[in-house]
Design a protein around this ligand. Structure first.
Ligand code: 4AD
Length: 574
């Protein structure tokens, strides 16, 4: 009989066969598998195979016995578990079968329940109530079932016990099913917590729509570990979560607060069109489409339409979707975003910045004064503090100096706008100079270092849109050859630019020259030009990115979390 080979260095007890080519690793395992075999062993390939010593054999025998004992024990355990699980299964099945016989009925002798939404239950404590919602959380504890029910207005802890917890529906209840519950609302005893400070002791309930269990169960489709692209595909399920729904609620409260600040300043809300045939912020970011055979665009900004409202209904604002075909995958860019825009007549540039600052501060104060708004901010951004006034005002030219003093450089570009790279392929960094665009990275670093809201104002005309009013040149101007505009961006720590605003060109000839400079055909803008023809006025306005503002307020990592169904390059579903 050929001897069994063991190599203590390269052998394997899992895949080895005991041959010279595929030796085992341990003498104990060789003995266990071949109790009557003959063995040769080596430490490693530098020595030859030899018979094991008697003492080595004795030691290995003991270990081989141990392996056998372990195997037996595992076998016994598996057998026992199989028996047990069969018994449990049988018991469970029996219980399920029995449960089908339990039919819950409404006890008509009890007081008629009052139907109410979860968020409105506090005044109904001690009363019998009826409400419906989705099973948000589910815990089965020794014959008692605890459910946290969600209906969008709040969360309600429901306690099911006795027969109420033994029906077939109770035993097969799944997360995200819809149910109706009837019971008595009780304040939770001191020391215990439940949402709203009360819980429903259920005496009757029924399933309205059962959600699947097993492989298709809600938590199998979506959980905290789900990949971002899956989360994006399942945004309709993500918004059922506590954080995502709180962001959406805060968004609604924010818009309401903005509206009341604006209305308090006598601005009237209007609803301009989204399908347009003019550009506002440059042709590069326009979404184009076919409009009955004519080219048309999705609006980039409602500003031009707001300007036409000034002679009609006075100062105006709108909350409207804007669209930008930017191939930006940053955490502050969306292809479609909610744009809050305002336009004011007979004002100065300082009036405009004062207005933006006060609207923002009043809106935040309004939210904090409202218990619902304040609770949502506390939940999402516990460290939030209302910004201190006045906001810092920093001229563009001073910002360029500040960036250079702080060693914040930008990527050098050739005349075609391509980034210049060094031999290693890294971008060449250069200091800023007047005329340069302050790129997102530099702007973000500056905002984070200064750590407060900043009005950055007076950008060069070259960098800005055609409609912006130029600043008057003063004696001793440091940059006599550069035309600056009465424009401002409001920068917030953590997010960067959240508002862009400016005074507008009020003079017709100056506007016509601006169209020419930008290569814009004035024809489709006849109605915008008419504003300067029929009683012009000094006026200005601004646009605020609602998702960016919300990202700042709720401390969200990206604007994508602040939109109901965010759109970005390559994503227009669900
Ligand atoms: O600075 P912007 O381009 O200004 C305008 O559109 C002006 N016509 C507004 C006006 O004066 N009525 O955009 C204004 C704001 C930005 O500050 C930013 O908050 C937001 O709109 N914004 C975006 N938000 C998300 N994704 C994008 N791609 C955005 N582009 C601009």
């Amino acid at each position: 009989m050929a001897p069994i080979h063991i190599d203590e260095a390269t052998g394997s007890d899992d895949t080895g066969k005991g041959t010279p080519e595929a030796p085992y690793k341990s003498l104990a395992f060789a003995l266990y598998t071949h109790p009557d075999g003959a063995f040769v062993i080596r430490k490693d390939a530098t020595v030859s195979f030899e018979e094991p010593t008697q003492s080595a054999l004795k030691k290995a025998k003991k270990s081989a016995d141990g392996i056998e004992k372990k195997r037996k024990k595992a076998e016994e355990l598996a057998e026992r578990e199989a028996k047990e699980s069969a018994a449990t299964r049988e018991k469970k099945e029996k219980k399920l079968e029995e449960s089908k016989k339990i039919v819950l009925t409404m006890d008509e002798s009890l007081p008629t329940p009052v139907k109410a939404k979860i968020g409105k239950l506090t005044p109904l404590r001690a009363k019998r109530i009826r409400t419906s919602g989705w099973v948000h959380r589910l815990r089965d504890q020794k014959e008692i079932i605890f459910i946290v029910l969600r209906d969008g207005t709040g969360y309600l802890q429901c306690v099911l016990s006795g027969q109420v917890a033994q029906t077939y529906d109770a035993l097969t209840l799944t997360l995200e099913s819809t149910i109706e519950v009837v019971g008595t609302l009780k304040e939770v005893p001191e020391g215990q917590t439940a949402p709203g400070g009360h819980e429903l002791v259920v005496d009757y309930w029924r399933t309205l729509g059962a959600a699947p269990g097993g492989d298709d169960a809600f938590t199998n489709r979506l959980n905290e570990k789900s990949d971002p692209s899956i989360q994006a595909d399942l945004r309709h399920l993500v918004i059922r979560g506590e954080t995502a729904s709180a962001v959406l609620k805060l968004r609604a409260a924010l818009l309401a607060s903005f509206r009341s600040s604006l209305v308090a300043r006598d601005l009237t809300e209007v609803t301009p069109p989204c399908m347009v045939q003019t550009q506002v912020e440059g042709g590069a970011t326009l979404f184009k489409f076919d409009y009955y055979g004519q080219p048309a665009f999705l609006t980039q900004s409602s500003q031009l339409y707001l300007e036409t409202c000034l002679p009609s209904i006075g100062d105006v604002f709108c909350v409207q979707e804007s669209f930008r075909a930017e191939n930006s995958h940053t955490r502050r860019h969306l292809s479609e975003y909610t744009h809050l825009e305002g336009e004011l007549a007979f004002i100065t540039f300082d009036d405009l910045m004062d207005h933006i600052e006060s609207v923002i501060c009043d809106t935040v104060d309004g939210l904090l004064a409202d218990p619902v708004g304040a609770a949502l901010i506390k939940q999402l951004n516990p460290d939030f503090q209302a910004p201190a006034r006045p906001f810092m005002r920093l001229a563009y030219t001073d910002a360029i100096k500040w960036l250079n003093e702080h060693g914040i450089e930008h990527e050098a570009e050739d005349k075609d706008g391509n980034v210049i790279k060094d031999e290693q392929g890294n971008p060449v960094m250069v200091p800023h100079k007047v005329g340069d665009d302050i790129a997102e990275a530099a702007e973000r670093r500056m905002t984070d270092i200064l750590a407060r809201p900043i009005f950055l104002y007076g950008f060069p005309a070259e960098l800005k849109a055609f409609y912006m009013k130029k600043m008057e040149k003063k004696e001793g101007d440091e940059y006599p050859d550069v035309a600056f505009t009465e424009s401002c961006d409001l920068l917030m720590p953590g997010v960067g630019e959240i508002v862009g605003g400016s005074m507008r060109i009020a003079d017709e000839q100056e506007l016509l020259a601006a169209y020419r400079r930008e290569g814009i055909d004035p024809e489709p803008y006849y109605w915008f030009t008419d504003q300067r023809k029929y009683g012009t006025c000094e006026h200005g306005g601004y646009g605020l990115g609602v998702e960016r503002f919300l990202a700042w307020l709720a401390n969200r990592y990206t604007v994508r979390e602040c939109s109901l169904y965010p759109r970005w390059p390559g994503r227009a579903t669900p």
